[in-house]
Design a protein around this ligand. Structure first.
Ligand code: 13P
Length: 247
């Protein structure tokens, strides 16, 4: 049985004052639910030392362990600051920093070497969906972005349709289910049924308290990667509660 995961991606939002929001998100998770907050890197250390029952993650890492890469952070540095997870291949990184599958794959390897759980993001653009290429795109991103060696403990996959992020537009439950079933089948085919069935699959894109329950009822949805609605406890706590209540 996979544990459920409510993950918050704070993106480039939050200062030390925001940690009071994180404190208000603690103690909400049920027995079968995990909560992960990925604040900006500046807050990881303080968040990790303050957090109780909430895991802390980074939002990106470099593929190399150290070296002359001004402004970058290695996976080992994130781990040293107290992170246990790292988001990789988010569409905003793919778009803003020209990250491609091979970069994400190398970063994922680096994350695993540092002992971090990689939260690998995949998702189609609106053009790709309208051209009916969604599953091809997702299949290519899964194959290209995830290295060999995945397990249910070192990998989480987040399906985040680019057109749904921050837009208030959410795919239908059938569309979400089609992609999640497809991802599950691809992971089982590549890594074997045991591993493929144990990797948690999150949906991300305009998740809020009002749509969380119906999304969490979709097959192979094990939780959510939430952006805007993870910044305030008043928005994120009801999402965690909806996940607790999901079958
Ligand atoms: O990108 C996302 C999470 O990584 C989703 O963002 P929103 O929840 O703000 O749409």
């Amino acid at each position: 049985m996979r544990r459920k995961l409510a993950a918050g991606n704070w993106k480039m939002n939050g200062t030390r004052a925001s940690l009071s929001e994180m404190a208000a998100m603690e103690g909400i998770a049920g027995d079968a639910t995990d909560v992960l907050i990925c604040p900006p890197a500046t807050l990881i250390r303080e968040a990790a030392s303050a957090a109780k029952g909430v895991s802390i993650g980074g939002q990106d890492c470099h593929a190399e362990a150290s070296g002359a890469h001004t402004g970058d952070l290695s996976a080992a540095m994130l781990a040293d600051a107290g992170a246990s997870h790292v988001i990789l291949g988010h569409s905003e990184r793919r778009a803003d920093h020209d990250e491609h599958n091979e970069h994400v794959r190398a970063k994922c390897r680096a994350a695993w070497e540092a002992g971090l759980v990689a939260v690998v993001c995949v998702g189609e653009t609106l053009d790709q969906r309208e051209a009916q290429n969604t599953l091809d795109i997702i299949g290519g991103q899964l194959a290209g972005s995830i290295p060999d060696g995945a397990t249910g403990l070192n990998l989480v996959v987040a399906y985040e349709p680019v057109w749904s992020i921050g837009t208030g537009k959410v795919p239908t439950v059938d569309q979400i289910g089609d992609v999640h079933d497809f991802m599950r089948a691809r992971l089982e085919r590549r890594f074997g049924a045991g591993v493929g069935r144990s990797v948690r699959l999150l949906y991300g894109g305009s998740v809020k308290a009002s749509n969380a329950a119906e999304i969490f009822a979709v097959s192979n949805v094990d939780g959510a990667l939430v952006g805007g609605a993870s910044l305030k406890a008043a928005d994120f706590v009801p999402i965690i509660e909806a996940l607790n209540a999901a079958d």
